[in-house]
Design a protein around this ligand. Sequence first.
Ligand SMILES: [Zn+2]
Length: 332
Amino acid sequence: MAFPATRPRRLRQNDKFRRLVRETNIAVDDLVWPLFAVPGHGIREEISSLPGNYHLSIDCLVDESKRARDLGIPAILLFGVPDPCDKDERASKAYCPNGLVQKAVRALKAHVPGLLVITDVCLCEYTPHAHCGILEKGYLMNDASLDVLAKTAVSHAEAGCDMVAPAAMLDGQIQTLRHSLDLHGYSNLPIMAYSAKYASKLYDPFFKEGTQSALAHGDKKTHQMSFANSDEAMREIALDVEEGADIIMVKPGLFYLDVVYRAKQEFQMPLAVYNVSGEFAMIDAAARMGRLDKCAVVFEALSCFKRAGADIIISYFAPMAAECLERGWKSF
Ligand SMILES: [Zn+2]
């Protein structure tokens, strides 16, 4: 039926109608906040490219995590930013029982009950060259790195984390981690797989300042995917699902909503999207210049992730969005 019988504007005439027919809502339940642990005590230093996000010594990480929990955010995603002298070619501090992340997890589980602690499992913060595993003649060695990643995941599980998130994009990493976790008695610990992770320059604020692990040389194009591809992403996700991933992820988010949509349509799995540091920086910088209404654009971005099919949104905007929701912020 066409105009004049059909008038789509009838259901947009006021916010009550718009609320009734709204297809997508953002709730605090959808959000995961990435947090960065550093060595030391009493440290809460703002990351200049990620305003509102901090380098936190474990005592301050506990406080920040309480804030997340009190805002209703269900989970944090924990990254370790170790001292440069704690980096070596074998990434041995990544799986050290008394490593930074392991100590942070224990503190969080002791002092912030009711908050899920997800740990990022990768080696780039723990190698001097900042590649995601063991290098040989400049090439990232897949299977040798898998062993170290598996040890790292098990050490996080032993510390008490609630879920591990392997991020290295190595072949077979989900199967290897699942097998090791099961072998050590952690068959109930879920895996959130960075399944479709692209080699993106949008990570630069994260690596340059967030984890201070910018690459010494080379790039990550032999393991992360080309932004030109989406069939390949479906193959990567299929492998992770087969290998035992509980949650799949697409990273980055905003330029990759077609991949998010395809992933949800093809796999019907719990799906996370990572709203990465470069996406945060673009919106934040434009808002600071007075060019964008930050809150409105953030909610537009978050809503579009959900419309595309994401169930979980990992975002540096998480506390801001949670505060807006708490104040009753409405986008309809
Ligand atoms: Zn990495």
